[in-house]
Design a protein around this ligand. Structure first.
Ligand SMILES: C[S@@+](CC[C@H](N)C(=O)[O-])C[C@H]1O[C@@H](n2cnc3c(N)ncnc32)[C@H](O)[C@@H]1O
Length: 231
């Protein structure tokens, strides 16, 4: 994107763009590494472990698996559109999505992005990336299992990004639902790749019976885009 004539905002800042470009470039090779993870995944599944348990054992320690640049911009624009001052993210990895969200909260006048990451190495790098980009004040990445670390997030929450392991989308949503403000937005990634695993989540969101209006957007690997109408 040509940013020379773009209006000034936190996402157009040259240092932020450079950092995002560098991280997206590094992440590109991840998909080539995925086949090497299949044996660990298969072994774990045969042992009866869940995907989360397998990855908690370190199978994705080195993988970024980030949102695409297009999804990142979408996250930024959505957060700007709803004027988000409080955002919660399940699955931070090295902090790419968090950078887009933190840029939006900053441009909305400030607030808080609370991310969460299981892997200590990723947590440390994500925290550093956010600090280097100047978002150290608005973004906090909590280390540990989201079901513990997100227990005490303060409401009202304006926006949620679900991007951790897929078997936890429902429990994390249930944890955060009482904190959602009416009119908030929930975005959930990887709807296409994990179609079967995420079917109960998508059905819950799209049924119209649980306080959400929802549709699947064909952006990158599929974003479930849900609007919270209230309980
Ligand atoms: C797909 S990556 C997230 C990518 C990130 N949102 C981005 O766009 O850069 C998923 C991340 O979720 C983390 N994760 C998975 N289960 C988790 C849990 N229960 N609690 C916290 N983090 C978790 C993984 O360690 C992994 O780094």
């Amino acid at each position: 994107m040509d940013t020379t004539t773009a209006s000034p905002n936190s996402l157009n800042r040259a240092d932020v763009r450079d950092l995002l470009d560098r991280l997206h470039r590094r992440a590109r090779g991840d998909y080539l590494k995925l086949p090497f993870k299949v044996p660990a995944l298969a072994k774990g599944l045969l042992r009866g472990q869940t995907v989360t348990e397998i990855f908690m054992a370190g199978a994705a320690r080195d993988l970024y698996l980030p949102v695409s640049p297009e999804q990142g911009r979408f996250l930024y624009l959505m957060a700007r559109t709803v004027g988000a001052r409080s955002i919660v993210e399940f699955g931070t990895s090295f902090g790419l999505s968090t950078l887009y969200l933190a840029a939006a909260v900053t441009d909305n006048g400030g607030g808080k992005v609370i991310g969460t990451e299981l892997e200590p190495g990723k947590h440390a790098v994500a925290t550093d990336n956010l600090r280097v980009a100047g978002f150290g004040e608005v973004a906090e990445v909590r280390l540990g299992d989201a079901l513990q670390t997100l227990r005490d997030v303060p409401g009202p929450v304006d926006m949620v990004l679900l991007d951790g392991w897929k078997d936890l989308y429902m429990p994390v949503l249930e944890l955060l639902k009482p904190k959602l403000r009416k009119g908030s937005v929930v975005l959930a990634d990887n709807i296409f790749t994990f179609k079967k695993a995420l079917r109960p989540f998508v059905e819950y969101m799209q049924s119209g019976k649980n306080g959400f209006q929802s549709t699947t957007l064909s952006i990158a690997d599929g974003f479930e885009y849900s609007y919270y109408e209230g309980a």
